[in-house]
Design a binder for this molecule. Structure first.
Ligand SMILES: Nc1ncnc2c1ncn2[C@@H]1O[C@H](COP(=O)(O)OP(=O)(O)OP(=O)(O)O)[C@@H](O)[C@H]1O
Ligand SMILES: [Mg+2]
Length: 460
């Protein structure tokens, strides 16, 4: 008799013990022989116990070089994740808690203001939008434009592998003894070795797409293999962990694995690793009520059963706003969070700077339609098709609000502390409500930038 024989019959074990299924958790003891079993019998069904509070929910920041809180185990003990030098794969059937799990990880990452975020949620429901205004790259949608942006972001990350490796190679041995990014090295801006957390929710959209799958698999595999030592952490979530939708190069090389309820051995082993099912790690034994509960492998010496911290929408918004504040204070906002949009040539543009640039020298304000038309005329590859609504959306991530008129007004002071105010408005009759945009700059990392909102590459 082995542990897997018992794990397979967990329901019978629970029945014999006269306990609800969610109270009975047999686990293999990996350091002993195949017949050694650790059995935890709780007095409360894990799925029905009160979700534990996330320790970073009410305050504090995170340091990704240290473990961050992820959830609790069957006994209510905290479970932390050490994301540094790792990559992560989350998989399950639909509606079991993948995005919620990813959200916990990404909110923790967002609370480390030094970590650059590149987030793509390929379902298009905006489940991760609370972090959008902290992101260097962001996209939400299942449309071609978002998939393209996601691919471009992966290509960019792939290029970073070589440039980061070259930087590390040139460093003196004593600064980089293990050829890995250290907290000291990642803090040195001129080296460009800051941590990057790149996440793709519903990654099967890329990996099973006829046009993208081969390139996406090649890039993701390289990033998973070489990225962690270089400070690049890739987090993937999929609801189709099968051979067609998850490249084996990804599933074989990923470090941290979290598998919520799946239906069969194949999916189980794609997420948790080869032979996991045979060794008694069976996410097939979770029931439909076990939302947020999964096997976590690679985060400690042994596999653990974890229920993720439950962070609902409003709580996530509050934490997201706090993360944005930390980044403003640290001067680490970049890319999408500063309103940069990529044009077709891959050049990133700042929407607010461009809006400010299309005003005449003495112009007090302009209708949104006029501003959109001027943008399209000046930079057609970026702004063709811009409407007042899309312009307002593009300015949104920085908190720019359509509430006041006024021509671009530079604030006195040095370029680094300068500000730009841009305003647009809409015609009064038979037209959309006024969209007067006002935004002031933050100094960011010392660059002379107007504080601009970003055009979402997604569909929000
Ligand atoms: N830790 C948790 N505790 C309690 N409930 C949870 C937890 N995590 C997720 N849930 C519940 O499960 C539901 C589904 O979660 P989520 O949207 O993350 O699933 P998903 O696997 O991403 O689904 P899909 O495949 O449709 O994207 C949530 O609405 C939430 O109510
Ligand atoms: Mg989801």
């Amino acid at each position: 008799m082995t542990v897997s024989d018992i794990a397979e019959r967990r329901d019978r074990l629970a029945s014999g013990l006269r306990r609800p299924l969610g109270c009975v958790w047999p686990e293999p003891a990996s350091d002993a022989h195949a017949g050694r079993l650790v059995l935890w019998v709780g007095d409360q069904d894990m799925a029905q116990s009160k979700p534990a509070r996330w320790p970073l929910a009410k305050g504090g920041s995170a340091d990704l070089f240290r473990p961050v809180p992820f959830g609790v185990d069957q006994r209510g003990r905290p479970v932390n994740l050490s994301l540094i030098f790792e990559s992560m794969l989350i998989g399950s059937k639909p509606r079991m808690g993948k995005t919620f799990a990813m959200r916990v990880v990404l909110l923790a990452a967002a609370l480390d203001p030094r970590a650059q975020l590149r987030i793509f949620e390929l379902k298009g429901t905006g489940d991760l939008s609370m972090i959008e205004d902290s992101c260097h790259h962001y996209g939400s949608g299942a449309d071609t434009a978002t998939l393209d942006a996601c691919m471009e972001s992966l290509r960019d990350l792939y290029r970073e592998l070589d440039s980061r490796a070259a930087t590390i190679r040139k460093l003196p041995r004593e600064l980089c003894p293990e050829n890995k990014v250290t907290p000291q090295l990642s803090a040195r801006k001129e080296l460009g070795l800051h941590l990057v957390v790149a996440a793709i929710d519903e990654c099967q959209e890329l990996f099973s797409h006829p046009d993208y799958k081969d390139e996406a698999a090649r890039l993701a595999e390289a990033i998973i293999k070489r990225g962690p030592a270089l400070g690049i952490i890739l987090v993937l979530a999929t609801q189709r962990p099968d051979a067609k939708s998850l490249p084996t190069g990804v599933s074989a090389n990923v470090g941290i694995r979290f598998c919520l309820r799946v239906m069969g051995q194949v999916e189980n082993d794609m997420v948790l690793g080869t032979s996991s099912y045979q060794n008694g790690l069976r996410a097939t034994t979770f029931g439909p009520k076990d939302k947020g509960i999964g096997y976590l492998v690679g985060a400690g010496d042994d596999a653990q059963i974890v229920r993720t911290a439950y962070i609902d929408g409003p709580a996530a918004e509050t934490i997201g706003a706090r993360a944005r504040g930390l980044r403003e204070a640290a001067g680490t906002l970049s890319g999408h969070a500063l309103g940069e949009v990529p044009d077709q040539d891959g050049v990133r543009r700042s929407v607010l700077e461009d809006v400010a640039a299309v005003y005449g020298p003495d112009e007090a304000g302009a209708w949104s339609e006029v501003v959109a038309a001027r943008l399209a005329q000046q930079w057609p590859t970026t702004y063709t098709g811009t409407t007042p609504a899309s312009l307002a959306a593009a300015l949104k991530p920085t908190g720019s609000s359509p509430n006041r008129c006024g021509a671009p007004t530079p604030t006195p002071g040095s370029p680094a502390t300068g500000a730009a105010t841009a305003a647009t408005r809409s015609p009064p009759h038979g037209s959309p409500p006024a969209r007067n945009v006002t935004a002031s700059s933050r100094t960011g990392d010392g660059r002379a930038v107007a504080d601009a909102g970003g055009a979402s590459t997604g569909t929000r």
